[in-house]
Design a protein around this ligand. Sequence first.
Ligand code: NAP
Length: 307
Amino acid sequence: MENVVIIGTGCAGYTAAIYTGRANLAPLVLAGTQIGGQLTTTTEVENYPGFPDGIMGPDLMMRMQQQGEKFGARIVYENAESVEVIDGGFRITTGSATHEAKTVIVATGASPRHLGLANEKELIGHGLTSCATCDGAFYRNVPVCVIGGGDSACEEASFLTRFASKVYLIHRRDELRASKIMADRVLANEKVEPVWDSTVTEYITDDKGEMTKVKLKNLKTGEENKLEVKCVFVAIGHVPNAQFLNGLVNVDENGYILKTKGTQTNVPGLFTAGDVADHVYRQAITAAGDGCAAALDAERYLAELEG
Ligand code: NAP
């Protein structure tokens, strides 16, 4: 039986691997479908401490992986499909194997929701993103748009006014879902122009594949038009990747894993870290901090089991 199985290889999973590795727990890490997590879909990361000149997202994740492996983490390219409680621990079933472990750290992250338009995958990193904090500073003095009407969309739109020449806030209704204070703040900003009752039906690119325009449809009148933007920030919510746990742990109304104490879930020995349990901060550094905390919690839990 393994001491610890870590599920996920974003900042949280790899940091948990580094810490449990250094604690001589020989962690087994299940890489999942998106190896390296959300940062592998971004370009330059300018806000991760220790890299004053920035670092490319995939490069940062590769370094975290190497650091984990240096301390004995074993990374297998499997995707966890279920976790069940067994005598003395857990059984984790992947597409190709089963593993048994005394503790499990779930660090499977969250996936930004997208509209499902044709060329979305190719456009990520080329004018389509879900993270204003990560990418906003690359779009100085050019028009951009945010899609969504919740707190995230308002927060992102407000943040983007620091850089962009104009921020269109495209929402499918004529009333924001966001809290009043956030909605009032964003609508009072003269750089923000709301586009009500509208949905984006197409992303239009130049011949280099960079975003140049969005095609809009007014849902009330059916009228269509185009808007020039250099970047689209999609803020229509995230989906926490906790479905594979199939109700084993308690989650909130949006599916985010709930913690009882520290990184502990309601199931003893099952810990969680990063975006799968955090819809508030959602930063690489907070996920890494969480991964560290989960590793320390798992280590203490194992010491108590054996003590
Ligand atoms: P959210 O509240 O679920 O809002 C999602 C927005 O996207 C809604 O306006 C929704 O439109 C729109 N949307 C969803 N699917 C869409 C689609 N297919 N096409 C077009 N629009 C679509 O998500 P969120 O803003 O990420 O917030 C998640 C949670 O985090 C919330 O509880 C929020 O309060 C919290 N949060 C808090 C803060 C803060 O307090 N600082 C910051 C960020 C987030 P409808 O309104 O028409 O449904």
